[in-house]
Design a protein around this ligand. Sequence first.
Ligand SMILES: NC(=O)c1ccc[n+]([C@@H]2O[C@H](COP(=O)([O-])OP(=O)(O)OC[C@H]3O[C@@H](n4cnc5c(N)ncnc54)[C@H](O)[C@@H]3O)[C@@H](O)[C@H]2O)c1
Ligand SMILES: [Zn+2]
Length: 562
Amino acid sequence: MDRRITNLIITGFSGTGKSLVAMEVALRLNWDFIDTDDEIVKQTGKPIAEVFRHDGEDKFRELERETIRKACQQRQTVIAIGGGAIVDPQNYELLAKTGLIVCLEAKPETIYERLFREAASNPDREVRPLLAVDNPLERIRQLKASRQPHYAKADWTIHTDGLSVSEVAEEVIRASRLLRRTDSSQLSAFSDKDITCLVETTTQSYPVFVGYGLLDKLGEKTKKTASSGTATIISDDNVFSLYGSKVEGILKDAGFAVNSFVVPPGEETKNMGYAIKIYDFLVEHRTERGDIIIALGGGMVGDLAGFVAATFLRGMPWIQVPTSLVAMVDASIGGKVGVNHPEGKNLIGAFYQPNLVLADCQTLTTLPQRELTSGWAEVIKHGMILDEEFVQFLESNVNRLTKLEPELLARAIARSAAIKAQVVGQDEKEREGKRTILNYGHTIAHGLEAATRYKQFLHGEAVAIGMVGAAKLSQRLGLLSSAAVERQQALLQKFGLPTSLRAKRSNLKLSLAGVTGAMELDKKVKEKAIRWVLLQDIGKAVIRSDVPQQDVLAVLQELAEP
Ligand SMILES: NC(=O)c1ccc[n+]([C@@H]2O[C@H](COP(=O)([O-])OP(=O)(O)OC[C@H]3O[C@@H](n4cnc5c(N)ncnc54)[C@H](O)[C@@H]3O)[C@@H](O)[C@H]2O)c1
Ligand SMILES: [Zn+2]
């Protein structure tokens, strides 16, 4: 059976701390939290014991089933369920399908002690039915024994005796990471040898497939992650006119009903207005939460479609089918989705991981040359920050790669995507600073892009110049040899990328003050010094916040008049 680890379910006997632990786990993962007992109390306006007494256990179980059914429609939610809920086969099946089940265990003595303590500290609260018997400890033993076979079906069990709530929460998170690796829904459906790399975040794991001619496999892969229903393709005119009918056919052959929404190409389309148009389309076509969205296109389409997927019905499954080099090695990996605001790029968005990424390198044969060249900048960047061997591979194969030789092209893209996946996995939401190294070359690039109002450079071109600047800065600070600076420059040039502002400057009317101004702005936003990503060596990035302004100015000057 297809299992989707979209939720974490905490079960176990009363007194094992389910609710508190689930709350703590939710807090740490930044997920939502539901306690099904609390939901029932809210709904009925009565304590659980009273529901039992007045309406009977059958009524309670019915309410519980309904609450669980609703909870299972959530994503990224930690669900604490009542101690008896898992006994019901219908509940179990549903829960197992939508999440990892973690059972909290404790010895009957521990449970008795905890329940007793809880009752003593809440004298106003009604005594738990479990304690309201002649020999509570014996009752706990019996009931617990009768439920044990059901608790044993959990994916993981944690013995909580002697552990604090935060220690148990820590264990739950550790278990979910471990299990995700071996038993992850998104993954178990796919055989390992197909998978190019995994993106493993705290919230989810999903596979990335890279290959030449891989589009043909989209139907079968989609089927493994979304069992049926409707697939909505979101694409732009350029890409859809080339690949739309093929992708529609592949999905229909796999048994999906297919709707397509095509937007105009270009960054101007990545806005709230188009997101709303897509919402309208989805509403009109009665799209449901279990249906799937397919983002077919470059990074613009991926960001826009992903944003819609993240927000429509509070989140729908989606698949990235990147068709530009930038999208394959960068934008499709890491779950950053969003749209632009008139005041700034990507100001509105979310972190929302796709179910899988499928990159068919053959689609690059139709990508305009300048877009392709620009994409190589991010590929080279990945090598420069983390992988000297990959840099060597790129150096030895420039000609064959720029000619899009299938096997080598797939290898380069796979490696580059894997580097991005590795970084993202360590710092999904950009909280721990590890994702910062992906900004190599980007500080100057953003300055150049902003100073030219995003009209003169493609992003990768600005990044290439920015990388030259960052390498020169690294050299000035005594971190990097001049040979390494030249080595990087030569590689960028071989891929046809610009390495200085000289060629552009006259018709650019680019003022260095404009560039530093834009970078300064960056600095104010963060209220601290610019965090520069520099190189210590090829394949070894470091982050420095102590770069003197005069060195930056000197480097910009050099870029303008090399
Ligand atoms: N989410 C992230 O982490 C992330 C990372 C990097 C960039 N981005 C975003 O990605 C966007 C840039 O991506 P992009 O460079 O792919 O831009 P893009 O999506 O605008 O594509 C560039 C152009 O190439 C065309 N195109 C794409 N694939 C084609 C193909 N196979 N054949 C013919 N034409 C094709 C598109 O129609 C477009 O005209 C920006 O919006 C940027 O903010 C996001
Ligand atoms: Zn970039």
